[in-house]
Write a protein that binds this ligand. Structure first.
Ligand SMILES: C[S@@+](CC[C@H](N)C(=O)[O-])C[C@H]1O[C@@H](n2cnc3c(N)ncnc32)[C@H](O)[C@@H]1O
Length: 201
């Protein structure tokens, strides 16, 4: 399996901090409560550095497509109770979670892959379970639009990033019958943290 993030993995977190300070880490902490009581599924968690401060309360599964990112996450989160897996998330029978964290991972996928994952994840949630989603949305300021253009170009070069644009996440979630419950906005709406539940209607 090709490790697209192999080159950038050792610098990824430092680079993100250089550009965004602590904002992305703060966004990832949105809506988190009573962590130690919940079983969490983290997909595409990267090097796991932003979860280090609360790793003792992390229990569940961690999936990474990049071998280099996975090695770093195991080291950075060695005090957690997470089970680490390499590859695309695969549903295990009778294995359900209270929360599924999708942090800056859906923007790396094609629409068809996002929809396939969102459909699959319905079977991985407990009855009251939720998806905790954080990602880049359409930027609203010229400065952020320019920065996004450079970021996408950079990741297309160094990490074989597949997309040239930002997915219409909300439309895709709704098409897969998910319902938005909560939202918090960062960086003038460029980054959003959202909580999604399975639609009742
Ligand atoms: C842009 S990075 C974000 C990393 C981390 N979530 C963060 O916020 O710093 C995307 C990560 O998702 C991983 N990834 C992409 N598609 C994946 C998939 N289908 N399953 C597991 N990991 C995936 C990549 O290997 C990469 O480490």
């Amino acid at each position: 399996m090709k490790d697209s993030y192999g080159f950038i993995a050792p610098f990824y977190n430092r680079l993100a901090k250089l550009v965004f300070g602590n904002q992305l880490a703060v966004a990832k902490r949105s809506f988190i409560s009573r962590l130690g009581e919940k079983k969490v599924l983290i997909i595409g968690g990267g090097d796991g550095k932003d979860y280090q401060n609360y790793q003792e309360n992390l229990l569940g599964d961690y999936w990474e497509l990049s071998q280099s990112m996975l090695v770093l996450s195991k080291k950075n989160l060695h005090r957690s109770s997470l089970n680490f897996h390499l590859g695309n998330f695969r549903q295990k029978e009778n294995h359900t979670f209270d929360e599924i964290w999708l942090h800056f991972v859906l923007d790396t996928m094609f629409d068809s892959e996002i929809m396939e994952l969102l459909d699959q994840l319905k079977r991985s949630l407990n009855q009251e379970g939720r998806i905790f989603f954080v990602d880049f949305f359409q930027p609203t300021t010229l400065k952020n639009k320019m920065l996004q253009f450079f970021m996408i170009s950079f990741f297309r070069m160094v990490a074989q990033h597949k997309r040239k644009n930002i997915p219409e996440y909300e439309e895709l979630f709704k098409r897969c019958l998910w319902e938005k419950e909560k939202e918090q906005i960062f960086l003038k709406g460029w980054v959003k943290a959202q909580v999604w539940k399975i639609s009742e209607g």
